[in-house]
Design a protein around this ligand. Structure first.
Ligand SMILES: [Zn+2]
Length: 504
């Protein structure tokens, strides 16, 4: 069963995505690509779990269950960018309904999720963590909470901890009392994992796996590497490190859940997931038991695109999933009868991006995927298909109300030289340009190449493209250039300037 997901990102003042300390950050372009990669990794991980049996159920008196296939896969419905101050909880909004919403964010925990809701936040960018948080959205709770009112409502997940040990670090080993009527005392001291919902442990001990030297990370899969000697317990060997007390539940805090060859779910958990989808999230389902993975068309714009002002912009399709072919259509929708002005036809391969230029010049001399008029309403539609599914996504926009002619654009910018040109396959090419005023510059490389299949690449510029007055150089490495024709296009003040580079 394929469930729709919206992936959300926040952009910091340096232009990169917001992330938890130590986690990767991305340019917006990379984040779009990464969104699709995350879902692909999550789906691969989910498929890999189907041979994994829960550990130690019999030892703890829980029903012994077989390996379960996790019947859920995820499909991107949309990608959103937000500013750095956007609170992650705001993705739990009407505008994003009809899909699970996940935001990559800088949060203290590895992840947060609304249990039974449709929003989660990811700090630790690992596929198992997405599956875990999505599991919360689909009503799963932590396996180590127990079974009943305060627990995870699944009898086939065990949760008890070892025999006596000094969990509260008072110097005495004791078997903890369990008082279900008092949830604040109930769970904290008799299990190997803790859940901060109960608030008994110090902040450094919450949400951790006690079989971890540092008390701040997650248990490794091999106790012999970390050992347990650094634990604040009087036991010589921490009881949680015994094999019988190790857990591989996806919905626990065990480090084993990070391994696709180990992480497991139970029949009760699968039933809870399916019940939640059937009762409350039917409209999130894209497809059930399809012959092949359904395709998803996604049109995204970068967060810095301003249609009211920009004379060129790129639509990004890279979050689209599972397509073998794609088609792009642009229509003028200024009047009640849409007029098709651009139709790519079906193109083999995966959808990447579409570069649009706003211009009133008939032959702008710059290669773009589409030429658009200023001050006009347009609709771009991406269609994707594979052997068993089609999808489409439409996006409406209004072009800038300004003269965006590509010739000219002022005389403050000039390309001085391109050398060597032609270049051999091993030579870097240096493009020298002159600015008579300090300017914000963008550079894009269109690789036409020898054999069709245009590719356009945004060139990362130092200082985000803020250049002072003077003569500057931009170097293109051999591996950046296609054999054959390449066009390096500078955008300055809405004007476009290009130089042709030939690689032989
Ligand atoms: Zn959790």
């Amino acid at each position: 069963m394929y469930i729709n997901v919206n992936v959300h990102w926040k952009i910091a003042s340096d232009g990169l995505t917001v992330a938890k300390s130590g986690q990767p950050r991305y340019t917006p372009e990379q984040a779009i690509v990464r969104s699709q990669q995350f879902m692909t990794e999550v789906n691969t991980f989910s498929a890999d779990m189907d041979d994994n049996t829960p550990w130690n159920q019999a030892f703890h008196g829980a029903p012994v269950t077989t390996a379960q296939c996790l019947p859920i896969r995820y499909l991107i419905r949309d990608v959103f960018f937000h500013d750095a101050n956007f609170p992650w909880t705001s993705i739990n909004a009407a505008a994003y309904e009809g899909a699970l919403n996940v935001i990559i964010d800088n949060i203290p925990a590895d992840g947060y999720a609304y249990v039974g809701g449709n929003a989660s936040a990811i700090g630790f960018q690992h596929p198992s963590n997405f599956i875990h948080e999505f599991g919360h959205n689909l009503t799963l709770r932590h396996t180590h909470r127990g079974e009943d009112t305060f627990g995870d409502f699944c009898a086939d997940t065990w949760w008890r901890c070892p025999e006596q040990w000094d969990a509260d670090n008072d110097g005495t080993r004791e078997y903890p009392t369990i008082d279900p009527s008092n949830p604040n005392e109930y769970p904290y001291s008799n299990r190997c994992w803790d859940d901060d919902n109960f608030g008994q442990l110090s902040s450094t001990q919450q949400q951790v796996d006690f079989c971890d030297n540092s008390l701040s990370g997650i248990m490794t899969t091999d106790n012999s590497i970390f050992g347990c000697s650094a634990q604040p317990v009087t036991n010589t060997v921490h009881p949680c490190c015994a094999q019988e007390y190790q857990s591989n539940y996806m919905m626990g805090y065990s480090g084993h859940a990070l391994a696709p060859s180990k992480a497991a779910i139970t029949p009760c958990q699968v039933e809870r997931i399916l019940t939640n989808i059937a009762d409350q999230k039917c409209d999130y389902v894209d497809d059930v038991n399809p012959l092949c993975p359904p395709t998803s068309a996604v049109v995204t714009i970068l967060p810095n695109v301003d249609f009211t002002d920009d004379c060129s912009f790129t639509f990004w399709f890279r979050a689209s999933m599972n397509e073998d072919e794609f088609k792009v259509v642009i229509e003028d929708v200024s009047t009640s009868t849409p007029v098709e002005i651009n139709n790519s036809g079906w193109i083999n391969g995966t959808a990447k991006k579409y570069f649009c230029l706003v211009t009133t010049t008939a032959s702008p001399g710059v290669i773009a995927d589409a030429y658009l008029l200023p001050n006009t309403d347009y609709r771009i539609t991406l269609e994707t298909k594979n052997s068993c599914d089609t999808d489409s996504y439409s996006y409406e926009f209004h072009t800038a109300n300004r003269n965006c002619n590509t010739s000219g654009g002022g005389s403050s910018f000039r390309i001085a030289s391109t050398h060597p040109n032609p270049a051999t396959g091993s030579e870097a090419v240096t493009v020298e340009f002159v600015l008579e005023e300090s300017k914000q510059i963008e550079a894009m490389l269109f690789k036409v190449g020898n054999g069709g299949g245009q590719q356009s690449v945004q060139i990362a510029l130092p200082e985000n493209g803020h250049y002072p007055i003077g003569t500057h150089q931009l170097q293109l490495l051999p591996q950046q250039l296609a054999y054959g024709f390449n066009y390096l296009i500078f955008t300055v003040d809405g004007g476009h300037y290009y130089t042709t580079i030939v690689k032989q």
